[in-house]
Write a protein that binds this ligand. Structure first.
Ligand SMILES: [Zn+2]
Length: 193
């Protein structure tokens, strides 16, 4: 699913460094009782200008969207970032391929590039952003899974949540896409009382 359209104004960045930051936030979300998904927004100079993590299991505050199924890491991040300066120069890094809502929000805001650690074969919006001919989706590029080790780490982290949240067709797609990581979850689930 490489994106062969002209590259927008985003610089070469150390993807591994920022995906690690997103994965750290994902673990923070999990520890707080939400889903393990994290995201950072990086500017043209390589500075992280906003951080977000999933907060569906926590209370909403004046600083953070929460306590709703739309309290995804990317929405938390955009909520805090406010009005974006030169969005076409920004890169969004996420631990998991953004969903339709968050991918759509990123494209609507004109974010230049989205990079994620792990595919979401069920809910991910990369396919839509890559191939859709909707005019609002033309200026955002996608770069899936540039680091195989972090892809595995992200898949292992999110797989239990994938099985819990979408146990039927969604989990079947996850098993197909990440057989090794999902087999571990299936083995643990079958041992549970
Ligand atoms: Zn989302």
């Amino acid at each position: 699913m490489s994106d062969d359209r002209p590259t927008p104004d985003v610089p070469d960045l150390d993807h591994t460094r920022y995906l690690r930051a997103a994965l750290d936030l994902a673990r923070e979300g999990q520890a707080a009782g939400s889903a393990p998904v994290g995201a950072v927004l990086v500017n043209h100079d390589g500075q992280i200008i906003a951080r977000g993590r999933n907060r569906v299991g926590e209370a909403q505050t004046t600083q953070h969207v929460g306590d709703a199924s739309v309290a995804h890491a990317e929405m938390d991040l955009y909520f805090q970032a406010g009005r974006l300066q030169d969005p076409h120069t920004l890169t969004l890094y996420t631990s998991l391929e953004p969903c339709l809502m968050c991918g759509g929000a990123s494209a609507l805001l004109g974010v230049g590039r989205i990079v994620w650690a792990t595919d979401d074969p069920w809910g991910g919006s990369g396919r839509l952003i890559r191939w859709a001919d909707h005019p609002a989706l033309q200026d955002t590029r996608v770069m899936p899974t540039p680091d195989p080790d972090l892809e595995h780490e992200g898949a292992t982290l999110f797989a239990p949540e994938a099985k819990r949240a979408f146990p039927e067709e969604g989990w079947a797609l996850w098993r197909q896409r990440y057989p090794q990581e999902t087999a571990v979850v299936d083995a643990q689930t079958s041992r549970a009382p």
